[in-house]
Write a protein that binds this ligand. Sequence first.
Ligand SMILES: [Zn+2]
Length: 293
Amino acid sequence: MVRGIALEGSVRILSSRITNTLLEIRRRQDASPTAIAALGRLVCAAVMMGWDMKVSSGRLTLQVVCDGPLGGMIADADTQGGVRGYVRNPHVDLPPNEKGKIDVERAVGGGELVVIKDYGLREPYLTRVPLVSGGIALDIANYYKSSEQIPSAVALGVLVDPKRLIASAGGVIIQLMPGVSEEFVSHLERGFSKLGSVSRKLEDGMTPEEIVEELLGKDASPTWLGHQKVEFRCTCSYEKAESAILTLGKDEIKRMIEEGKGEVECKFCNAKYVFSLEDLKKMLEEVEKDEGV
Ligand SMILES: [Zn+2]
């Protein structure tokens, strides 16, 4: 992904191609074309927004709480291009909409977008905004406008080819700072409607930079300020699985002891953490000690 500015900094730009990362996420989630099209848009926004926090460690989480058949999804990114994603009902697949496109809006339905920015200092910043379209891009733009007061244009795309694999995926976020002229805003709106689909442009071989250059036109050529590799990265660990079991409480641990083993599966990467009878007995002791039993 790339980051840049135009018109003396009054236009901020993020642009990305995440095709290989999304292939990895699709494989781990065993996601249908509809599910990966929806989750992919969310992942694409999250990885750019995480990098845009401009700190060396921190996390950006986008959670979609929704009543559509996908049942909800999460994209969780660090600030260095690492991202992971989860969709609750990955096998849901819907027929295309009347334009022949994957019907992400219907698969998501109504609900809210929760944006969590964690700078690792104090409590994370949590913002909830209602979903305005379910198609994700407009929902992210609405978040920027209503919560950060930054008018933004967002395009996110996942192109699924006939072999049901991801052909390309990526997105563009353009933010307008105070001082941008009305003319530029309508110029940008025209650019976006002319652009068509970002994923199609990427599939045609255009780079994230070239897509933005085409979008802005020659009167607002961008200055590129940084590049960042994007990759699938999960943060699960044996220690985190252990504390997950501890938070379940003693009754649940006793049940696991009866079964002879405890298992925690990471819903993002499918890694399995298995705890022996021995481990579980130690954990039960720990919990009972904490509870003063
Ligand atoms: Zn994991």
